[in-house]
Design a binder for this molecule. Structure first.
Ligand SMILES: C[S@@+](CC[C@H](N)C(=O)[O-])C[C@H]1O[C@@H](n2cnc3c(N)ncnc32)[C@H](O)[C@@H]1O
Length: 300
């Protein structure tokens, strides 16, 4: 969670003084993004171009992981949390912004054959996702991977999904994209289905950086869900994990209340201290968000 405005000049100057070695990389990113913004029609078109450029260097970095080890750990964190909070093999699941299947490979492996659907605005990252399927021996699980141009889900039938998941997608989305999703997601969720998403939370002024990273107040997103007839619940126990985004679960108002195994059930280290999702003792965690573009963020 962030209480200061990372887009402010003051923050950027302080950041640059603390990490001068990052200035050239930031300037390169700034110029690239400025050019991409000029040459694209709208946010989706722009972000697709950002992904194309990032994936051409490394698909793991493009989804925000600085190393293969972090890529594996971030996927595992998402999987473990969702499995503790209700995911079952017989569920049909949609992952919005599935990227190169950082977590998707674990969902695909766990779910019954044919029950995983991954959508993304970036054809380039979906090509990389196919490589992940092959590398992890998941072809026989017959996952569905689909490029999309918006979040209206027009090609998907009513009440299709038990679980919808979007990790580190709304952290890159302007509010109108999130609203489009809320407008349509209820139609494709089963009556007792749920939709978990992460977002970059601020308790200060809402802001964005380079049109890549967007910071929202929790109440903004809860009110937006409510406006579209959905109930949002802030997932407190996600806050205890080694990740700097926050998580909200959205359900139909009549659905059963949100439940899940809480921290009490978590594994302990030799000294009896609870471990985090990546298996580290909680008090050894560093304040770290493992994904994103530099200086302006460090961070997806
Ligand atoms: C930071 S990556 C995270 C990928 C994946 N969720 C994970 O955790 O590894 C964000 C992904 O969301 C996709 N994305 C961004 N905006 C989207 C949108 N409006 N609809 C669908 N996908 C989107 C991007 O192309 C990218 O693959």
């Amino acid at each position: 969670m962030h209480s200061h405005n990372r887009a402010s000049i003051g923050h950027q100057i302080k950041y640059a003084l603390r990490r001068p070695q990052r200035i050239p990389r930031h300037v390169r990113r700034l110029s690239r993004n400025a050019w991409l913004r000029l040459s694209t029609r709208d946010h989706i078109d722009y972000y697709r171009a950002v992904m194309k450029s990032d994936v051409s260097r490394s698909s793991e970095r493009a989804v925000g992981s600085k190393s293969h080890g972090r890529w594996l750990a971030l996927g595992q964190m998402q999987f473990d949390y969702l499995e503790r909070h209700g995911l079952r093999p017989e569920h049909r699941m949609l992952e919005i912004g599935c990227g190169n299947l950082r977590a998707g490979r674990l969902f695909i492996d766990y779910l019954d054959t044919g029950n995983y659907y991954g959508i993304d605005i970036s054809p380039d990252v979906l090509m990389a996702a196919q490589g992940t399927l092959v590398d992890h021996g998941l072809r026989d699980k017959l996952p569905h991977l689909m490029p999309v141009k918006d979040l209206r889900f027009a090609a998907l039938p009513d009440e299709m999904f038990d679980v919808v998941h979007a990790h580190s997608v709304f952290s890159h989305s302007p509010l109108h994209v999130i609203e489009e999703c809320f407008q349509h997601i209820g139609r494709i969720m089963k009556p007792d289905g749920w939709f978990d998403f992460t977002f970059d939370r601020t308790e200060g002024k809402e802001h964005q950086i380079l049109r890549e990273d967007f910071y929202y107040r929790t109440e903004t997103l809860l009110a937006l869900a409510d406006k579209h007839g959905l109930r949002g619940t802030f997932m407190d126990d996600w806050e205890r994990l080694r990740h700097r985004q926050s998580k909200i679960r959205v359900t139909h108002p009549g659905a059963a209340p949100v439940t899940g195994r809480a921290a009490a059930g978590r594994p302990k280290d030799e000294a009896g201290r609870p471990k985090d999702e990546a298996g580290r003792p909680k008090d050894e965690r560093r304040e770290q968000r493992p994904e994103a573009s530099q200086m302006a963020q460090d961070l997806r």
